[in-house]
Design a protein around this ligand. Structure first.
Ligand code: SF4
Length: 352
């Protein structure tokens, strides 16, 4: 168990399960915990409601500064957004139970793996949950699978994915926001280098697995120049990717709490402009998204490369249950810990 004593009695649902998690392994900066899981396959909402989602892990060690998925830890009452990259929950996987869930899918259903975590982050080397999921899908037919990752580990499963592709549709979406190693290290501190991701694109496409390259998110005055996006698209195309997509950054409260302090430290000259642009809405509106869409169209045409299949970026706001408030605490610093059981839990976790 994560705690010697029982979880605080008022915690319910996923927060209670998380508080009861067993520690699997601890590294210097990261702890892996095992999370009991009743269902692996979830339903999207809003315009994503036709899409099924699978997230083999909760949390992600890569620690991207713009990561929108940090909200996932809030459901477990882990409200410090940094915990998302330090407490990684591996979901308990049982092939027979998962197979029963898969059998309830219908031919043509779309399943997206990695909507709130990277399914090939370092935890996957140890626990191989994503691989076990794919092994089940290899026995199915007529499904439409999408996988999103920044990890070169994805190439490990190229042969398995090619087998899935014989009877299903499958596409891997590899995110590459920049080819500049230094910038990538700043904004995606523990993710594999861009060159390693491109090598994975090459291995997957050589095995016959269709790949899209995503340059999401496009961050104003950081990675949004036509030259930078063009270089990513060109490198993807050279390595066999058949589609390319890029769309502007959005900042939900959980990501703004990490991204804006990061800007202050590394790009202080941009802070005022970002605050002005994002203070009324988590999504950029008006001329900028239109300009980026036109830029991306030009780049695609230049390289003769297609558009990614849906689901497209950005995700609709309805996807972020519990994240609809806008920037409630940007000027107030981190949220205060409450004296509630959840606050007690937070303090215990922070001490670990
Ligand atoms: S790889 Fe994806 S899930 Fe992981 S930290 Fe980066 S944006 Fe978040």
């Amino acid at each position: 168990m994560l705690f010697e004593d029982d979880p605080p009695p008022k915690l319910v649902g996923i927060a209670r399960l998380a508080a009861s998690s067993d520690l699997l392994e601890a590294k210097r900066q990261v702890q892996y915990l095992e999370l009991a899981t009743r269902r692996f396959i979830g339903r999207g909402s809003g315009r994503m409601q036709d899409i099924w989602t699978i997230n083999p892990y909760r949390g992600c060690e890569y620690g991207c500064k713009y990561c929108y998925a940090r909200y996932a830890h809030e459901f477990m009452e882990l409200r410090d957004p940094e915990l998302f990259e330090h407490k990684i929950f591996a979901k308990q996987f049982q092939a027979f139970a998962f197979r029963a869930e898969v059998r309830r899918l219908k031919p043509g259903d779309t399943i997206w793996i990695g909507t709130a975590t990277d399914p090939y982050q370092p935890a996957e080397r140890r626990f191989q949950i994503t691989r076990q999921i794919l092994e089940v899908f290899a026995g199915e037919r007529g499904l439409d699978l999408g996988i999103t990752t920044k990890s070169d580990l994805v190439a490990r499963d190229a042969v398995l994915m090619a087998r899935i592709a014989e009877k299903n549709k499958i596409r891997v979406h590899v995110t590459i926001t920049t080819l500049d190693d230094r910038l990538a290290r700043l904004i995606e501190p523990r993710a594999p280098r861009p060159a390693l991701r491109l090598a994975a694109v090459s291995k997957l496409t050589e095995a016959g697995v269709p790949v899209s390259v995503l340059a999401h998110p496009v961050m104003p005055l950081i990675n949004d120049s036509e030259a930078s996006l063009d270089a990513v698209c060109a490198a993807g195309a050279r390595n066999g990717a058949s589609s390319f997509s890029a769309a502007p950054l959005f900042l939900k409260p959980c990501s703004a709490q990490v991204f804006l302090p990061f800007l202050e430290e590394r790009f202080p000259h941009l802070v005022r402009r970002y605050r002005e642009r994002f203070e009324k809405s988590a999504f950029l509106k008006g001329h900028y998204p239109e300009m980026i869409a036109e830029r991306v169209e030009r780049i695609r045409a230049r390289h003769g490369i297609g558009k990614s299949r849906p689901p497209e970026w950005p995700l609709p706001s309805t996807f972020f249950d519990g994240q609809l408030e806008l920037f409630p605490s940007l000027s107030k610093g981190p949220r205060p810990e409450s004296s509630s059981p959840a606050g007690t839990l937070q303090r215990k976790v922070n001490r670990l």
